[in-house]
Ligand binder design. Structure first.
Ligand code: 5GP
Ligand code: ZN
Length: 104
């Protein structure tokens, strides 16, 4: 499958992972929109959060979001999921943006 985030997760692109668990990985956004801009991405390919129905994956994803936001921000941050091209989604593999004006 021609999915850039699946390639990152597989290690094919050599992207540094900031954190990971069984269900999800986290890495820095290549084009940061805030001082801290981290993407948290389920290992399993789904197109967007609307299609992510697996409770185990959801729990792992949100667990990693909590861990990364605690480690890389001061506790103040924004969490964003884009679903659909019209609403700004450009990579069609589910991902959460963690955005913060703080950095650790
Ligand atoms: P979306 O617009 O789909 O919600 O967000 C996709 C995000 O992925 C964008 O913020 C974009 O900068 C980031 N991105 C796209 N390609 C790559 C890549 O190859 N590596 C990394 N680290 N981020 C990427
Ligand atoms: Zn994918």
């Amino acid at each position: 499958m021609d999915c850039i985030f699946c390639k990152i997760i597989s290690g094919a692109l050599g992207t540094e992972l900031l954190a990971e668990n069984e269900q999800a990985v986290a890495f820095a956004d290549i084009n940061p929109q805030a001082k801290t801009h981290i993407l948290v991405v389920p290992r399993q390919h789904t197109v967007n959060i609307s299609e992510l129905e697996n409770d185990t994956v959801l729990l792992g994803l949100f667990s990693l979001i909590r861990e990364v936001s605690a480690q890389f921000t001061d506790g103040q941050f924004r969490l964003q999921f884009n679903a659909g091209e019209r609403e700004g989604q450009s990579v069609f593999h589910t991902h959460a943006h963690i955005l913060s004006q703080s950095g650790n």
